[in-house]
Design a protein around this ligand. Structure first.
Ligand code: FAD
Length: 381
């Protein structure tokens, strides 16, 4: 193999380029990214960056020896030839690492004061409007919405969080623990409205003035942040012949329907041993799966990725850590601490087997329990 094109110049793309070099590939690597910035890390964007700290944002690209094509979107893929506005790039293999885009609500594009948070440019725009006393409405109490709310409260903003489901974070942590963690908004001084959806926005002279809820009530708002999920960036793959099913479908190595093409990071939808297709949108998957995918590309080997999905989140001075898979048929028990007063650890069990662990501000205990968790994605029954 003499040449590889990596599409998406961010965490998973850089990890793939690093793995290629670490595994002895000395051919040409072309890295295509539609953003003009050199690769940067996204987790700080909803945390320290909004507080004014720009340190530690850049990803390590020393020694990668890649040809950069930044500010250049891939528009199509045919075999292993990638099309861009400035021409075609052919290679022996392709790594797809185009991540995901923040969802918007209908009619919100181009309205001043309404933000999403996915990119550095998004974060810069949001940061400049988060000042003390500003009225911020966050739509969605998931990780990104909750982190923005927490940061905005810290900056002295008046914050309302609107969440459509009755029990926020239930899908991630289960309803009881999800509600408990979402309740931090209230104890920190933000207002949390649950079980109510957004019906529309009051806009004057192109600027948002209020959020209208489905129950008819209005929340006067200077700033609105939409934290309503993300969609994988796979539109450019229409007509590529790859299997697209809520992301680019891969096997557990990262190989797509074309053996010379792998997909990694937030855009990849991995079929596990149980046949279930999952898209992990977490930093650790995007950073670690590419090494396995690259090995499969270079050697054709059968080594599969093993490792539990892991996510962390920083909210209201607490660190949340979660690893594993859980479903409605699991039970969750507090095994350490007291969730009503401070740090705690909860273990989720299925048929008495620990299948997931949640820890709040308890990193050591988290590590201990995480080693005991059984990876249900590798179990056929
Ligand atoms: C604000 C924020 C906070 C986060 N905090 C946490 C956290 O605390 N913990 C955690 O575990 N995870 C967190 N995450 C998730 C984590 O950052 C992502 O899982 C990770 O960035 C995924 O990396 P990726 O390279 O797959 O995708 P991305 O980082 O999305 O990068 C994809 C790149 O491809 C580019 N691209 C898209 N389409 C094209 C195209 N057609 N041609 C060329 N380039 C293209 C995109 O513009 C982007 O630069 C956070 C994410 C965000 C946005």
């Amino acid at each position: 193999m003499k040449s590889v094109t990596v599409v998406g110049a961010s965490l998973a793309g850089v990890a793939a380029a690093r793995a290629l070099r670490d595994q002895g590939f000395d051919g040409r690597i072309t890295m295509i990214g539609d953003e003009v910035h050199l690769p940067y890390d996204r987790p700080p964007l909803s945390k320290s960056f909004l507080l004014g700290d720009e340190s530690g944002l850049g990803l390590d690209i020393d020694g990668l020896d890649v040809e950069w094509r930044l500010g250049c979107a891939a528009t199509a893929l045919s075999g292993t030839t990638v099309s861009t506005a400035s021409g075609e790039i052919s290679a022996d293999a392709v790594v797809i690492a185009t991540g995901a885009a923040a969802c918007r609500l209908p009619g919100t594009v181009g309205i001043d004061g309404i933000h999403v948070l996915r990119s550095l440019d998004n974060a810069r725009a949001l940061r400049s409007s988060l000042t003390s006393g500003v009225r911020v409405t966050v739509v969605g109490a998931g990780f990104i919405g909750s982190e923005v709310a927490s940061t905005a409260v810290g900056l002295g903003a008046s914050v309302t969080v609107v969440e459509a489901s009755k029990t926020p974070l239930a899908r991630v942590f289960g309803s009881e623990l999800g509600s408990l963690i979402a309740g931090w908004h209230r104890s920190a001084g933000a207002e949390l409205l649950t079980g109510v959806s957004v019906a529309g926005f009051v806009v004057e002279a192109g600027r948002v003035r209020a959020v209208e809820l489905a129950d008819g009530s209005m929340i006067e708002s200077d700033v609105v942040v939409l934290g309503v999920g993300s969609v994988p960036n796979v539109g450019w793959l229409d007509g590529s012949g790859l299997d697209i099913h809520g992301g680019v479908v891969t096997d557990q190595r990262g190989i797509t329907a074309n053996p010379a093409v792998v997909a990694v990071g937030d855009c990849a939808a991995v079929r596990d041993a149980t046949g279930m297709i999952r898209r992990d949108e977490h930093w650790t998957s995007a950073a670690t799966r590419p090494a396995v995918a690259v090995e499969a590309l270079l050697t054709g080997g059968s080594k599969e990725f093993t490792g539990l999905p892991y996510v962390w989140s920083d909210q209201y001075a607490a660190r949340i850590q979660f690893a594993g898979h859980h479903g409605p048929d699991c039970t969750a028990d507090i095994v350490e601490g007291d969730p009503t007063t401070g740090p705690f650890v909860a273990v989720y069990r299925h048929n008495d087997r620990p299948v997931a662990v949640l820890a709040v501000s308890s990193p050591r205990s988290f590590g201990k329990w995480r080693r005991q968790v059984v990876d249900t994605s590798t179990l056929m029954t």
